[in-house]
Design a binder for this molecule. Structure first.
Ligand SMILES: Nc1ncnc2c1ncn2[C@@H]1O[C@H](COP(=O)(O)OP(=O)(O)OP(=O)(O)O)[C@@H](O)[C@H]1O
Ligand SMILES: [Mg+2]
Length: 244
């Protein structure tokens, strides 16, 4: 699968956006095709009730634990540096999922091609492998946590199509930190991206991955995962979720 999509960016320019985050390229003169929600793209879902978004600080600190059905596709949605991978690592560390549950295109890229991989060239193979592993997990009733930005409907529709093949529910976890937090988190890590790129992905998420849109696409539950802005550590956030 080619994980790159043409979209109208937050500044109105037509761009190609790659879920790898390595590419956000202006393509002058081309026509954007994104921005249309993939409505009814997902199957009727089973499993946990929709608990909604915006639990807020009090809801997370003292609120109820959030159940996620085992065998779900847990779709992480968030711009670069929003805390997706740290959260996923905590799910593993806390034994909520096994290490093989976390499907990260970045990790698969390094695994298959090494650290100097040219994502422009290798992405189709990387995402094909990611999707193959996802199908393998779902076929045996195992949960999969898909760690990618997933800010665009096209990327989510691909995952949803695989979920549908296996009748697996899709649970979306949104990582919606404010710009200042994203900038600080991006600046404070080894894998530093241009600040502009982080802002653009955040804008794409705001435009194309609202809770309403995600529900309309068929997610059985959409949850906002708290982070630094709410003074919640990845460990504390992961602690709130149980696989049932
Ligand atoms: N809850 C949190 N509180 C404080 N700092 C955090 C929190 N979550 C993440 N961070 C910081 O943000 C940085 C980026 O987090 P992480 O690598 O998980 O982002 P990501 O969403 O996976 O980004 P990418 O999409 O680029 O892979 C981490 O290195 C960590 O320092
Ligand atoms: Mg990551």
């Amino acid at each position: 699968m080619d994980a790159r999509h043409r979209v109208v960016g937050p500044d109105g320019a037509v761009r190609q956006v790659s879920e790898t985050l390595n590419v956000l390229v202006k393509t002058p003169g081309s026509v954007g095709t994104a921005g249309r929600p993939a409505r009814a793209a997902l199957p009727p879902t089973r499993g946990a009730p929709v608990t909604g978004v915006g639990d807020g600080v009090g809801g997370w600190v003292g609120g109820p634990v959030v159940p996620i059905p085992t065998g779900s596709v847990v779709m992480l949605v968030g711009p670069p540096a929003s805390g997706k991978s740290m959260f996923a690592a905590e799910l593993v560390r806390q034994d909520k999922v096994d290490a093989g549950a976390v499907l990260s295109s970045d990790d698969i890229a390094v695994e298959l091609f090494g650290p100097t991989v040219d994502r422009d060239v290798a992405d189709p193979e990387i995402f094909a492998e990611r999707d193959r592993r996802l199908a393998q997990r779902l076929a045996t009733g195992q949960t999969a946590v898909v760690d990618a930005t997933n800010v665009l409907p096209q990327a989510r529709a691909q995952l949803a199509a695989i979920a549908r093949r296996f009748g697996a529910p899709v649970v979306v976890l949104r990582f919606g930190q404010p710009h200042a937090v994203l900038a600080a988190q991006n600046a404070g890590r080894d894998k530093r991206l241009p600040a502009r790129q982080v802002r653009e992905y955040a804008a794409l998420m705001a435009a194309h991955a609202t809770a309403e849109q995600l529900r309309a696409e068929g997610a059985c539950a959409v949850h906002d995962v708290p982070g630094r802005d709410e003074q919640v550590t990845p460990a504390q956030a992961a602690h709130r979720f149980v696989f049932v």
